[in-house]
Design a protein around this ligand. Structure first.
Ligand code: FE
Ligand code: FE
Length: 188
């Protein structure tokens, strides 16, 4: 798979700040992937594609879901931008012919995570959160953990996301809770 097509598409569709984020996620993900035995090509593809639907309006996200028999749940209905992950996986398949299910899954769950994430899923989940352009409180801790313990890093990302949603009174997707609970059981 040529990444050139994907990069051309992203340059055309995404705002400069978002493109910068995506390239940074790619670099971060590719740099931590080897120590966890994650395939370089798979993580590069997943990282480049993870926000490939981020340019769509809420209406476009919902319509794309409709066309692909994806029924948004109540929280996605309230907050359609959550759908950019699932729609990203659809675009990756439709537009770029990606059929590698592990890449598509990593893209699809990069925002909420899910229970039983693969190592590839976790690397993308963590890199998306802690790439150098991000500036969340607590991000230093995630960056430290990312290079030594992927499960703890992913747990900390899930925890910080939940914490922020509670503090800002945002709806919490049950899948984000499932991610947190599942990662807790994986911490030795
Ligand atoms: Fe995203
Ligand atoms: Fe992202």
């Amino acid at each position: 798979m040529e990444t050139t097509d994907i990069l051309d598409f992203l340059r055309q569709k995404l705002k400069p700040k978002r493109l910068k984020h995506v390239l940074s996620v790619r670099d971060t993900a590719v740099s931590i992937a080897p120590q966890y035995g994650v395939d370089q090509q798979q993580i590069e593809l997943a990282a480049l594609l993870h926000d490939c639907a981020k340019w769509m309006t809420n209406g476009e996200l919902l319509t794309t879901c409709q066309h692909h028999q994806i029924v948004p749940d109540l929280i996605e209905e309230q907050n359609p931008s959550l759908l950019h992950a699932k729609v990203g996986a659809i675009l990756a398949n439709d537009r770029f012919g990606i059929i590698d299910q592990s890449v598509l899954q990593a893209v699809s769950v990069h925002t909420t995570g899910m229970a039983k994430m693969s190592t590839l899923d976790k690397v993308l989940f963590v890199a998306d959160y802690c790439e150098p352009n991000r500036s969340y409180p607590g991000i230093i801790e995630v960056r430290k953990l990312a290079t030594v313990d992927l499960n703890r890093a992913a747990l900390e990302v899930a925890r910080q996301k939940l914490e922020r949603q509670l503090v800002t009174k945002c709806m919490i997707h049950p899948q984000a809770v499932a991610t947190f609970n599942d990662l807790l059981t994986q911490i030795s």
